[in-house]
Design a protein around this ligand. Sequence first.
Ligand SMILES: [Fe+2]
Ligand SMILES: [Fe+2]
Length: 298
Amino acid sequence: MPPIRLVHVSDVHVWRYAINPAQLFNKRLFGMSALLVRRARKFRLERLAHVVDRVVALKPDHILISGDLTTTALPIEFQAAREALALWLGDPARATVIPGNHDRYTGAAARDRHFEQTFGEFAGAADYPWIRPLDDRTSILGLDPTRAGWSARGMLPRSQLEAAKALWNERRRAGDRLIVACHYPLDAPEPFRDELHPKRMTNAGEVGRWLSTVGPHLYCCGHVHRAWAFGPTEITDQLCLNAGAPLLRDPSGANPPGFLEIVLDAADVHVDHHYWNGHDWETRPLVHRPGFFERRAF
Ligand SMILES: [Fe+2]
Ligand SMILES: [Fe+2]
């Protein structure tokens, strides 16, 4: 079987200044305005077309977008994100899109399912959790711990966790390469733990205890705008991959914006970080785990 090449992107955070008169009565207006101003300073929307082109040039077999496509979950932001990413989204069989907390930012966005209306065709099913096969060996398990409202914290509902366990038990023999797609990391490398803490998934421990029983898996996330590859100590068979944020302004040069290229070749995993250094694209090997998926026990 030929290798499969995935591109993992997260936290694009498309933003638009568009407050219509009806929204002036929304008590969240001031919060949204302040957030938009901060985001406009933080994310370089003018770079998005370059990111899209860079990914297209890699000719990935599949593109996984792990949430926070928008900033305040306004319909105009969803529309702008969909249009800007059109070159990635031509074939629903070759792209997977899951929501982040910013895609549920308002009660209306969650209630009216703006995310599902715009990106629903790139999910494994209408409701979470779902398992989506990519090829004979590889599947994506989609989880959604986002909650409507201002809190950046997430929580995987008990019913969703139980359904994920049942789904996994039913489908575990369908392939040996599992990718869990979830906006929230369960843990972070030491330097970023303090950053994750106030916006963590509150039942990450419980979810992690279950995932520590499923065998080797990739866990593709975002939310903390830092690219990383690490193995949480409590979940020994997990390789946690955070794609960072591709439009992040990075004056320090310590956290360059980009995305991940993940190649699965038999049981091997190889991940490169593609990032913009302020002048040009660069690529650095992030992690190489020969035989990573070999240890699966059935
Ligand atoms: Fe984000
Ligand atoms: Fe987030």
